[in-house]
Ligand binder design. Sequence first.
Ligand SMILES: Cc1cc2nc3c(=O)[nH]c(=O)nc-3n(C[C@H](O)[C@H](O)[C@H](O)COP(=O)(O)O)c2cc1C
Length: 248
Amino acid sequence: MTDSSEVNEFTQISDVIRRRHSVRVPFDPGHQPAEDELQSILEAARWAPTAHNMQNFEIIVVDDQATLAAIGRVRGGTSEAFVRENYAQLSFSEEELIRKGTGLIATMFPPSWRTPDGKSEEATDVEHGFLDETMRSCPVVLIVVYDTRERAPASEGDFLGIMSLGCVMQSMWLTAEALGIGMQIMSVFSAQHVEEELREILSIPDYIDIAFACRLGYPAVEPGRYLRVRREIQHFTHRNTFAAHGDD
Ligand SMILES: Cc1cc2nc3c(=O)[nH]c(=O)nc-3n(C[C@H](O)[C@H](O)[C@H](O)COP(=O)(O)O)c2cc1C
């Protein structure tokens, strides 16, 4: 890397990669991303790498108030399996989270999700709530869908197709971050009971499934401090053989 413009470009992209984060606070409903910014995020999806260049996605842009409200009335909720498996990877102190280097801190979740059996004396909020609570006043939601009749060539379970949808997600997310727009993935949109209701509201045919949805906007409140951890490079790299770690 000799050219100063290359160094500059590298610095910028690595900065955006480090800055990108999940924005889980409510958005300002009156502050919608500008149309050209939205187009930039869609352009990023357009140029995302996909297996066999199959471009196996369609994106439903929802910014109509009545449609957003109709989606908000869908009951989200969560499965017992989710609560159980989520609980298994929670950390109950910052020290524990830093030591593990993966996962999330328990306080990010509603009280019942912080117990092994998913039960709590405290008031239920998101856990049995409607999507409105998940969307939290967002002015625009992008719903990324794919055609289940197609798949990447010879890809068992369309593994390569699903990976491609992840590339679409990342391209959109980095672009949103670079534009200063907050983004949160909402996996609940692809839960079966939610997807069924969204099919009705958004006229999604039965051969099209929801990959993921994301809410976009500008935070209405100052996001609280949120500890984000990652493993050290040497903890996940293996030089030349899986038997050797990066620091061997
Ligand atoms: C496939 C996928 C699904 C995710 N689903 C959710 C979700 O439903 N709700 C949410 O708040 N974050 C969701 N996330 C965000 C992750 O929790 C988040 O990226 C991770 O904890 C790291 O935090 P960061 O995004 O702030 O770096 C999802 C991320 C990915 C890649």
